[in-house]
Design a protein around this ligand. Structure first.
Ligand SMILES: C[S@@+](CC[C@H](N)C(=O)[O-])C[C@H]1O[C@@H](n2cnc3c(N)ncnc32)[C@H](O)[C@@H]1O
Length: 257
């Protein structure tokens, strides 16, 4: 019998290349392994500090209780814990965050930061794949993913898993870049993304290709309306998105009702 060949459905994008779906995760892991130690500095340099304002908007939407009430947040693809630290600082004594990321190197940078900031009793770092979470159903009050979903090969699985582990009444929030298609601004954005960012990446992390992948992956990510439909298909209700900074980034929201 003839061997089954990969169909287009088994392929996905990795930057500008088309790669077998099964290979994408390993390639993504190499990118974050390579940049982990300089990741936070690069975020500031690449976004001119804007990522802080975008994350502040995410934290406001998470709206952790200020009092002692228990509040469990799962921060998916949480990397070095930037969102997690902001949420525990905004919340009261009952706010706890589990940072789940597939990459050990990113997690260990975050775990060191937690110890240095005295937050290791409220933020824990656990290795896991967003497509296949080890947490029981209905474990968390809120789930977030910031600049992580476009790196996950099977987005539909990650959305279904986020839905599964949320409690009823829980909220899912996703911060992600969008491709800018405003004439004029688009050309400037392309120039910055493809000429400036990889050069900064080369200078700071020594890895120009990693940053080429990161900007190319933004172009391949579904438009906000298409992503909103994917969230609805995963079961989320009252799905909405808020564009920020001229549509460079969107904050997506959905509820498990
Ligand atoms: C651009 S970083 C974002 C980190 C953090 N959320 C932030 O905003 O600073 C993307 C993260 O996604 C993680 N990641 C990629 N694929 C993943 C997967 N399948 N499951 C969990 N994490 C994943 C990477 O290891 C990396 O830490």
């Amino acid at each position: 019998m003839a061997k089954t060949r990969n169909t287009a459905r088994d392929d996905t994008h990795f930057g500008e290349k088309t790669v077998p779906l099964a290979d994408k995760q390993g390639l993504v892991d190499d990118v974050f392994h390579s940049v982990a130690r300089r990741y936070d500095l690069m975020n500031d340099l690449m976004s001119g500090g804007l990522h802080r304002a975008w994350k502040d908007a995410l934290v406001s939407a998470v709206h952790p209780p200020k009092n002692e009430r228990d509040f469990a947040l799962l921060d998916l693809a949480g990397g070095t814990g930037d969102v997690a630290f902001r949420v525990v600082e905004a919340g009261g004594a009952g706010t706890r965050v589990t940072v789940c990321d597939i990459n050990e190197e990113m997690l260990s940078v975050g775990a060191e930061r937690a110890i240095n900031q005295g937050l290791d009793d409220r933020v824990c770092f656990e290795q896991g794949n967003a497509e296949e979470l080890s947490y029981p159903d209905r474990s968390f009050d809120c789930a977030t993913i910031a600049f992580g979903i476009r790196n996950v090969p099977r987005i539909d699985r990650a959305l279904s898993e986020a839905y599964r582990v949320l409690k009823h009444g829980g909220r899912f929030l996703c911060l992600e870049f969008c491709s800018v298609d405003v004439p004029g601004l688009e050309a400037l954005y392309e120039l910055y993304s493809f000429q400036v960012i990889p050069r900064i990446g080369q200078a700071v992390t020594g890895d120009r290709e990693a940053y080429r992948y990161l900007v190319e992956s933004i172009r391949k990510f579904p438009k906000p309306k298409a992503f909103a439909r994917m969230m609805e298909q995963a079961g989320f209700r009252r799905v909405s998105f808020t564009p920020m900074t001229g549509g460079v980034v969107a904050l997506h929201s959905g509820w498990k009702l």
